[in-house]
Design a protein around this ligand. Structure first.
Ligand code: ADP
Ligand code: ZN
Length: 529
């Protein structure tokens, strides 16, 4: 548009309407915008699809100067900038895909005060020249998107984010915002510290997506299970099927297509034209099932995705939440379906073991996996478990598989007591504590070098748990951790009795566990313990 209105100092709601075409702010958006327009810092925790972009785009237009947006995903940057330009916003980006000439053009536009929004990748900001350039112009607000990437313990750590800690010194007086859709209590605290936002106001939206029904089932015949699930959806439902590997994506897409479903593959190894074609068919046509690696979905704005299916176990609860969150953005009933099996667990443990990270890193990844498995194995409401993971308390939802069809359980009280008393004895008698692996070895009566060396075969509980397999025991440990009966401490994840453990030791609380967990057959369980 030739006649571009200057929105500096305008009413935020008028900008929302005129530029973005929305009648009203949603949820916390209005409060966040007025806080930032007033010059305040903000930490914004809002689920995917919650509408985070508006909360920095509107202040960027209303405050004098250019809004700087730090975003790690170059592909997303293109899309966001294109969408903004289509709305008449003067937006541009600086990243490694540009030619020097293009970059120079954007830099000049910034210096001339001709940009409302400038997107940069975090690594750009660790280059001193970028800071010098930005200091010569005027910034209205700095928005750090995907702020959880600064968390070294998170599932998506990016070292470049660490350099964003001193933006307050580089750009004093410019309000800063950290935004993320994945924040456990620990990540929330860590990003607030690392991005130095002690004065920020915190806006924490509910992470509940009530229109999504969660269903998780053990793998028996995964492809057939998947087809049965997809066929149970209304005709013409669009959906995403997530698989871990490219090969699995292609094979699954072929299989679904052979079953007469309109399924297309999508992963980073496919030619760009094919990816673009599949994406546009998914966006424009009804009933396309996209079979994809997790590379697909970020920044894809399709509100009527009716289901998200996982045929491989996600690496973390954060990842699961983010991926399933792509279903039902329009608020209509949608389903998050998953099948998981022992093979997934073995594969993921191997990936963790073979990863180049140090011991602490591997331990953290192992904890992410365990939390994911605890969600799979819970006898309680899936949503309660999921929201609890993000620090949000809730009642059983009535709209997940465990609420709708309570699973078959067995009473794990006796094995739980055996484990807890082993921990207590080691602590009291020898002042020792151990991680799950060694404790399970003791209970199963294993004859490892460590057990012989430490004379743990002399403990009263040695061999008392040989009726359960190693896998069963791991599952028991995960459930006890998830319920606070056990707690894991320190760098090595040594186990201690948690707050809820005392009642279990006294036999005053039941420990219901699922029968259908992993290798566990439907007839095994209670009677054996
Ligand atoms: P997030 O970044 O939190 O995942 P987005 O900023 O991409 O979410 O917004 C998600 C969707 O909600 C987009 O389609 C966006 O256009 C829409 N949206 C955002 N704010 C509003 C609003 N106030 N009214 C209506 N739709 C909105
Ligand atoms: Zn529920």
């Amino acid at each position: 548009s030739l006649e571009r209105r200057d929105f500096t100092g305008a009413d935020p709601r008028a900008v929302l309407k005129e530029v973005f075409g929305y009648d009203d702010f949603r949820g916390d958006q209005g409060d966040i915008v007025s806080h930032v327009v007033g010059g305040g810092d903000a930490v914004v925790l809002m689920p995917t699809g919650g509408g985070k972009s508006i909360t920095y785009q509107v202040p960027a237009l209303v405050r004098p100067g250019t809004g700087l947006v730090v975003s790690p995903l170059i592909a997303l940057m293109h899309d966001q900038v294109d969408a903004l330009i289509a709305n008449g916003v003067r937006a541009a980006y600086l990243n490694s895909t540009q030619s020097p000439g293009e970059r120079a053009g954007v830099e000049q536009a910034y210096l001339d005060g001709e940009l409302d929004l400038l997107y940069v990748a975090p690594e750009r900001l660790s280059v001193p020249q970028t800071t010098q350039l930005l200091q010569r112009g005027t910034l209205s607000v700095i928005a750090i998107d995907e702020a959880h990437c600064v968390s070294q313990w998170g599932h998506d750590f990016r070292p470049d984010y660490l350099s964003l800690g001193d933006l307050d010194e580089r750009f004093p007086g410019v309000p800063r915002m950290a935004l993320t859709a994945t924040a456990t209590r620990a990540t929330h605290q860590e990003l607030t510290e690392r991005l130095r936002l002690p004065q920020a106001r915190h806006f924490v939206a509910s992470f509940d997506r009530p229109n999504i029904q969660y269903r998780i089932e053990p793998k028996v015949d995964p492809r057939r299970q998947l087809v049965t699930f997809i066929r149970s959806m209304p005709e013409g439902s669009a959906g995403i099927v997530y698989a871990l590997s490219r090969k699995s994506v292609e094979q699954t897409a072929d299989y679904l297509a052979a079953q007469g479903l309109d399924a297309l593959p999508y992963h980073a190894g496919l030619p760009a034209e094919m990816r673009a074609k599949h994406q546009s068919r998914f966006l424009r046509e009804d009933g396309v099932v996209m079979v994809a690696t997790i590379a697909f979905g970020m920044g894809i704005d399709k509100p009527d995705v009716r289901f998200v299916a996982h045929i491989d176990l996600p690496k973390s609860v954060e990842g699961y939440y983010q991926e399933t969150g792509r279903a039902g953005r329009d608020g209509e009933a949608s389903i998050a379906w998953m099948a998981y099996g022992l093979g997934d667990v073995v594969q993921q443990r191997r990936l963790i073991d073979q990863s180049p990270g140090d011991r602490t890193f591997k331990m953290r990844m192992g904890q992410h996996l365990d939390a994911m498995l605890a969600l799979c194995e819970t006898v309680a409401c899936r949503r309660q478990n999921l929201l609890g993971y993000f620090g949000q308390e809730s009642e059983p939802c009535g709209n997940c598989d465990t609420c709708l069809t309570p699973p078959d359980t067995w009473d794990g009280l006796v094995p739980a007591q055996k484990l807890l008393s082993t921990i207590v004895r080691l602590q009291r008698e020898r002042n020792q504590s151990f991680g799950a692996g060694h404790l399970v070895d003791i209970l199963r009566g294993a004859s490892t070098e460590r057990i012989r060396q430490q004379r743990h075969d002399e403990l009263a509980t040695y061999g008392l748990g040989s009726d359960l397999s190693d896998q069963d025991w791991r599952s028991v440990v995960r459930q006890l951790l998830a319920r606070g009966i056990l707690v894991a401490r320190g760098e090595y994840g040594v186990l201690a009795v948690g707050e809820a453990g005392a009642a279990v030791l006294r036999g005053e609380a039941g420990v219901p566990l699922r029968r259908d967990v992993l290798g566990r057959g439907s007839n095994s369980g209670g009677s054996r313990v």
